[in-house]
Design a binder for this molecule. Sequence first.
Ligand code: IPD
Ligand code: CA
Ligand code: CA
Length: 266
Amino acid sequence: MQTYICRMLLQQTLIKATEAGAAIMKEYFDKHFTVSNKEGINNLVTEVDHKSEEAILNVIKKEFPDHYILSEEAGEIIQESEYKWIIDPIDGTVNYANGIPICCVSIGIEKNGKMQMGAVFNPFINEFYFAERGQGATLNNKKISVSNKTEVIKSCLVTGFPYTYLDTPNGPLQVFEKFIRKGIPVRRLGSAAIDLCWVAAGRFDGFYEHKLSAWDSAAGFIIVEEAGGKVTDLTGKYYNPYQPGLIATNGKIHDEVVKIVNGGEV
Ligand code: IPD
Ligand code: CA
Ligand code: CA
């Protein structure tokens, strides 16, 4: 009973916090807000990222003042706790700053180092994704599952590019070129959390990105897994959100995507 209450409270707080951040995103979307640079000229942070983060943190701290928090703009609130909240107050900030409504709030909860719950909300198209370990994944409370495609050549993929160019062998541009030369559609939405959710919903068959942070992927990671998909690092090993590379697919095309991302032919 105690565990059930705790789970329910965690879930309710996660949903409330995600909605609180998303309400701020909506409120300021067509208003004037300040935009500044982080490292790199186009790695932006807006006033709204901070406001969304504040609203999210208020909800979490009120219910769980002793939980560990890792949030993109505020950094870490280190606490002795089995729970860790991993927060991206706006994923897709460049989109947001340009009035492009492909952006969201993304929050994951780890329990004892394992991703336990995740929520991603894009309030502009009213899509709320949620997953809890062992319970499946939902979009607006309806179960979702990954696609059934079995071949990369017939797949629709999505990727993202880092703010600073990654000049490494099999880097983002080389891999992109490989797919594009074979005529495989590879979209670029500008929000890793949404990319992951759209794999979970079966819209994309796979997503890969070379350089992400834990807050970009934490929630989407469990949403894809609970929708029946597979998430690994770039080498095909089980995903760890504290290292940069990620491949998320419907599972069926996974090995082929891993091979291509590592220099293999399509
Ligand atoms: C970014 C987005 C983008 C990805 C970048 C991320 P932000 O997050 O998820 O899709 O390509 O690597 O940094 O800066 O908008 O929170
Ligand atoms: Ca992000
Ligand atoms: Ca962000």
